[in-house]
Design a protein around this ligand. Sequence first.
Ligand code: NAG
Ligand code: NAG
Ligand code: NAG
Ligand code: NAG
Ligand code: NAG
Ligand code: NAG
Length: 891
Amino acid sequence: MNQYTLAEAMTDKGNFTVPKLPESNMGFGVLGVFLGLLLEVSTHGPHAVPRTSWRHQDLDLMEFSEPEIFNYSTLLLSEKRDALYVGAREAIFELSKKNVTLKNNMVQWTVAESPMVMCMQKGKSKERDCLNYIRVLQVVDDERLYVCGTHAFQPQCDYLNLADFSLEGRPEDGRGKCSFDPSQSFTTVMVDGELYSGTAYNFLGSEPIISRYSPSQSLLRTEYSTSWLNEPSFVFADVISEGGNRVDGEDDKIYYFFTEVSVEYEFFGKLLIPRVARVCKGDLGGQRTLQKKWTSFLKAKLVCSMPELNFVFNVVHDVFILKGADWRDTVIYGVFTSQWGNVGLSAVCAYNMTAVEEVFSKGKYMQKATVEQSHTKWVRFNGITPSPRPGACINNLMRRQNISSSLNLPDKTLQFVKDHPLLEDPVLPIGNGPRLITKDVNYTQIVVERVRALDRNIYDVIFTGTDKGILHKSVVYGGEVHIVEEIQLLKNSESIKNLLLSPETRSLYAGSDSAVVQSPTAFCGRYLSCFGCVLARDPYCAWDPHAAACLNIFDAPSQRLRKLIQSLSGDADQCPADVSLSLKDYRRVSVKPGSSAELPCLGHSNLAQVMWKANGSALTEASRFHLVGENRLLIYSVAPEDQGHYECWSVEWAPAAGKNFSRLLAGYVLTLDVPQAGHAPAGREAASTGAAEGNGKTAAALDPPGATTRFTPPPHSSLTPPPGSTVSVQRLPPSSDAPRPDGRDPAAEYLQHNNGAALLFLFLLFFLLFLAGLAYNCYMRYLPAPCLRLRAALLGGHKSAQRPEYRACEAGPAESPATDKIHMAEPPAQNGGRAAQNVRALRDTGYETEPECGNGQNPSGPSGGDSPSQEKPFDVDCESQPIQFADADEP
Ligand SMILES: *[C@@H]1O[C@H](CO)[C@@H](O)[C@H](O)[C@H]1NC(C)=O
Ligand SMILES: *[C@@H]1O[C@H](CO)[C@@H](O)[C@H](O)[C@H]1NC(C)=O
Ligand SMILES: *[C@@H]1O[C@H](CO)[C@@H](O)[C@H](O)[C@H]1NC(C)=O
Ligand SMILES: *[C@@H]1O[C@H](CO)[C@@H](O)[C@H](O)[C@H]1NC(C)=O
Ligand SMILES: *[C@@H]1O[C@H](CO)[C@@H](O)[C@H](O)[C@H]1NC(C)=O
Ligand SMILES: *[C@@H]1O[C@H](CO)[C@@H](O)[C@H](O)[C@H]1NC(C)=O
């Protein structure tokens, strides 16, 4: 079995004869496939990188959680009321849709003593399983919700009165409506007062069922058979209403999406297959055959693969149905990963509703055939199918044949659909491949909003949530996917369990184990320059040249819309000429000879490259004593010839516009501060405050200040406050945890009050920094011969240590110098560690697979017999090194 047959078997329509090989052979083949795939996909595979990264602490997201209450995993938006209903563990909340921090109502629903005891007797854990996880919230009518909980592995349902927000207290059996196990996947949808669900019907979770509960009719369910459902993991169900628009008089259909174990492919293990199944709303079951069972249950394979790379995404995690005015405009979006999760790729595939419908109404059936005694195999059914078509909804044609409901269907049709629920034809994605492929993330949730941009075109904006609490926002422009931004929605690295979108409040609501978070769908106001606003290519955002602000086009008054600048190809030439920095706006930085200078430069685009110019010519990486980091320039041991003008440029490639856009982010005048007894402190103070003033103007040309706005840099950190901190003085109110008297620069203030101590302290700091820098440069072989000899002696001649060690530990694109300093000042408490992890998680979507520092391992490091510490005496350990510095210096 080679790489081709596995992928082909799953993507090609006709091929279902995968040769059965001995297991060892098979294992080898599959290993080969995936090794090959990993290489191929990571080198050639199309994947996108988010342009902008927003960290949780940079954004003022609204968040709700109650102490001692967890698992906010069930969300329901009310159309009529201004409410977001939240089902959590043992509690239901009514929050304000406009502001989820406002709790309007709450009701608790706990488990009584006896079910709890029974649950524990069956070997379940009291703290984890034998509680009531609210998992179903559905609107019954204007006054009531239908609510179900796992109720200590004995699911129960009840009605919730919205007027007084109380449960009616007459619980019904919830079997088949809600899962027993709080961690088992399941889905429900309420359609005209009838509850459709896909879940397990028993305690063990081994009896899957797709069913309909109706107050007026008897329960309708699936046949208990592996050809109907084989260990399914349900992800979504919804109704597609088409009744009114159809000439053939077919009724509405409920579509289910799930991943199950395939019956049609032979594989050495369990091969998972994503499926779409559907039932007809008007189904009443059969008269004799299929009594109280679906007569319209059919299912088909959903394909999400990259045929050119033979890569198959075979696990569907969530589905969003983007409904158009007409059902034919409806598009189904799904997020997929591969069963072999360690491949680290997620994909979004989109399906045309017409194509789905086509498969169900015209597709060929599959049939079980017995070969070689007991061995069965699924093959295409080539015989004559009975009429009416098995599994079809009742339509006008059937009505003319006197078949007005499923009860009138002939036994032959029913028997056929009972034995042939699986269709051979797969549902292929629009464009035959994924809309979006992302590396190193696991998408768990998806919502999509259709936006009409200023160019009058309609764009589908795709929001995908990950298992690390991050949200990606992507748009497809002419076949190319662009990830506008990634947003760290959740404070902690945990899975987004539920994601809803309200066009009305223009908000996203994410549920997780620890909280509910509300986020706007766009962060236009955070782009402070026209370049930033246009290059973001966000269909929600446009630049208003008059107000010199980036606006949400849905907030802009309609008469202004025509004046706004929006170019979804990222053509920033439409922007008014950048108010370029004049020389007097350059920040003056003055350092002592031999000490080091750090020039911060905050770009906010992960797609841009930072270019530094000294005296107008570009600095190359090879420049002596210079270290170009992702958001700063470090000059070690400043010498007289290093003085001059430094500029930080952002160069961003806009593929759709086909050119680079450069813009100046920051400018500095570096001078040497030759100490003259008594004058130095005053001079330095002037430099600092001067910088602050100068930068106030510079700020207009800067992209969002981001993180730095929230933090006051600790006084010892730097002579040159990061640009953001000065911006904050003007643009944002000082944050409460860092009160700053009359907007003065904190560094300057510190110097004023503690001149002597500060000088000593700064001197020590720079001395240590210098030593470290010297050592590091020596280690990196930036320094001349004597040092290299020392290095060679220390390292025993290893050659392969390279720059990545530094780069890997560099602050991320979203990270500001100020945060680095926070890390220095803070003890490595749990929160700090987690924050760092989150930042890393945010960055991990980068182009290159940079080595991780976290484990103390370095994949690119030398592989000699020496211990790692010997090989890399100055190997940068992201977390501990700065802390050591701080410890050594703090009095
Ligand atoms: C509920 O939340 C807790 C705390 O975050 C978590 O450990 C647990 O796995 C969650 N349980 C389920 C079923 O999601
Ligand atoms: C779906 O397919 C139909 C028929 O091929 C086509 O008319 C329609 O525009 C497609 N819809 C979308 C959203 O691609
Ligand atoms: C339709 O059904 C009715 C009653 O069920 C029966 O009397 C009638 O003969 C049927 N007509 C046809 C065309 O089958
Ligand atoms: C994705 O999930 C799989 C399985 O749960 C896990 O092994 C993998 O590490 C995850 N990948 C990322 C990038 O989170
Ligand atoms: C910049 O120019 C000045 C004078 O023109 C010179 O002294 C200095 O060395 C130059 N600096 C750099 C970094 O090239
Ligand atoms: C755009 O900028 C990048 C990075 O500076 C450079 O490598 C590339 O050659 C430039 N492309 C064009 C067309 O100028």
